[in-house]
Design a protein around this ligand. Structure first.
Ligand code: F6P
Length: 362
């Protein structure tokens, strides 16, 4: 009898806990079902350019705590609109048929896709074209529909919280305003959770456009109360009322081209000029995606990875393992591709933060 076989890929921005998912999927497949496991390299890039390798038990052992992804990843490889550089020009080609041909060549019963909204949007298209796929949603931003929380978020929040704690002491010593800019794209989950955990005086998130007057009023009020420093936690996607986000970079050959970043510099200049208080900023950037996952993320990744194998056993293709309350459930993959899941402006954590005097700039 032919050995049962599956393949795993990780696509999009890397995220702490991805290896823990890969390990859970592969170990469960090998130990319980004697399956052969193939690792696709660099997300869909590997299926476009025929790059994969067999994953032995020893390859997935010892990676639970390792950051990044041993499979590699890419956020530039949408097979339905694959950018190919021709001289100075970028031309787009639909290479989805080549991907399907490669999947057939692999003779797998299912492809496990670990990815964010972009990767899962693509995965859902392949599922609709008849490819058996199950998925595990992944992003530090925590902004995917269909799941209460994503693995990687807890790690990003804990890294950001530690950073906020550290700038707290230097802000206090120098009587400065310190601004910590965190990731999250158009959703404020990381800023909200790390801002509350780190005791940020002002938390600015994309969902609540800020007024600079309100930010400055809060800083001045604190000064009058003898607090000669303030901590601002700002999400990279925060924007002023009636204004726009600050764009750091346009990545031409990426399906989602806009990279945010730099709002803390705009804010810092305005605060320093208006209040006369020295202001510094720290952009945490990719630090939030690096290194070992927290215990919470390791546990979550393990639960999601083993659920993916349950989905394959049940032949529930087109579904992803998701979190609902304290349960791991199965949700159609298309949920994750529905755009960003934003922080509701009446989120209970915003209410609690306001109750302890946190300013949201509104
Ligand atoms: O989606 C994860 C994320 O880290 C966002 O928070 C951030 O805006 C973006 O990816 C950065 O992308 P890149 O790694 O391409 O700079």
């Amino acid at each position: 009898m032919m050995k049962r076989s599956i393949a795993i890929l990780s696509g999009g921005g890397d995220c702490p806990g991805t290896n823990a998912v890969t390990r859970a999927v592969a170990k469960n497949a090998i130990i319980k079902y004697g399956m052969q496991v193939i690792g696709i390299e660099d997300g869909y890039e590997g299926l476009i350019n025929s790059r994969w390798r067999k994953l032995h038990y020893s390859d997935v052992s010892g990676i639970l705590t390792v950051g990044g992804t041993i499979l590699g990843t890419s956020n530039k490889s949408d097979p339905f609109r694959y950018g190919i550089e021709k001289g100075n020009k970028l031309e787009y080609k639909d290479v989805s048929k080549e991907v399907i041909a490669n999947i057939k060549k692999l003779a797998i019963e299912c492809l496990v896709c670990i990815g964010g909204d972009g990767t899962l949007f693509v995965s859902n298209k392949f599922h609709k074209m008849g490819v058996p796929i199950v998925a595990v949603p992944k992003t530090i931003d925590n902004d995917l529909h269909g799941t209460d929380v994503t693995f990687g978020f807890d790690t990003a929040v804990s890294i950001a919280t530690e950073a906020i704690d550290r700038v707290h002491t230097t802000a206090q010593s120098h009587h400065r305003v310190m601004i910590v800019e965190v990731m999250g794209r158009t959703a404020g989950w990381i800023a909200l959770y790390s801002g509350v955990a780190g005791g940020g005086d002002i938390i600015l998130i994309p969902e609540i456009p800020y007024s600079i007057e309100s930010v400055i009023r809060k800083i001045k009020d604190r000064n009058r109360m003898g607090k000669r420093f303030s901590i601002v936690v700002v999400s990279e996607g925060a924007k002023p009322k009636g204004g726009d986000v600050v764009i750091r970079q346009i990545v031409k050959n990426s399906p989602e081209q806009v990279r945010l970043g730099g709002v803390s510099f705009v804010l810092g200049k305005q605060i320093e000029e208006t209040t006369g208080i020295e202001t510094r900023q720290v952009i945490l950037g990719h630090l939030q995606r690096g290194g070992t996952p927290t215990p919470t993320d390791r546990v979550l990744a393990t639960r999601l990875g083993t659920k993916a194998i349950d989905l394959i056993q049940a032949r529930q293709f087109g579904y992803m393992a998701a979190v609902s309350g304290s349960d791991i459930t199965a949700v159609p993959i298309e949920e994750a591709g529905k755009g960003a899941r934003n922080v509701p402006v009446n989120h209970p954590l915003i209410t609690s933060a306001r109750a302890v005097g946190t300013c949201f700039g509104d």
